[in-house]
Design a protein around this ligand. Sequence first.
Ligand SMILES: [Zn+2]
Length: 243
Amino acid sequence: MSFFAKSAPRSDTLEVLGETVTVVRKAQKNMYLSVRPDGTLRVTCPFSTDDGEIIRFVSSQADWLRKRKAAVDQRAKTAGLEYKDGDAVPLWGTFYPLAVRNARPYGVSVQDGTLVLNVPAGSTREERAALVESLYRAQFKAAVPPLLRRWQPVLGVAASGVTIRAMTTRWGSCNTRTGHVTLNLRLVEKDPRCLEYVVVHELCHLIVPDHSRAFWNCVARCVPDWRKIRALTNEAVKEPLDE
Ligand SMILES: [Zn+2]
């Protein structure tokens, strides 16, 4: 066998967790798993890796995979949105139809279950997206203080401040040294219980910094069904069913 034949990557597929995984064996030391932009899975690994090792590796990443796939799904959907009349936009766990009108005053509002965008004639996708984003921020900003007022006294802690930011890899974070909490703006697309769970999660970090049993006990005191809500947080928002 020539040198080139031996070191050329070899591509295969495997079924793991009900998914078809593209396996590329090549000259590398470690095994890596990724979710492609089209939602399919790909593993790259050393030539010597057998199928059993790959199946075990992919299975051990089930939680991570679910999260990545949901994020990829959601982004693909949102990235494909033109924000045109009749498009559906996620807000608090449900899809709202957009009504795009050439009317004043320019701006965005929620009216009878419809997101109304008043825009000048010839508005661009970016302008319409920015309006939806401003609604997201306003809705999110209004939703946080009642949650803090509800849960801070219960837990006996207080966040020193809250930042809302669109993030791609986490729903929230807590700086346990400064007490500052950061929340992912994308939670505005999810069921409101998801934001509540993340707020409680980050506040509990002010008591228990790690994810130990004591930490999850703290979360469970406030959100007994946190496992269910956490799963919901990591799922893509469901499309509305046709009536
Ligand atoms: Zn945490």
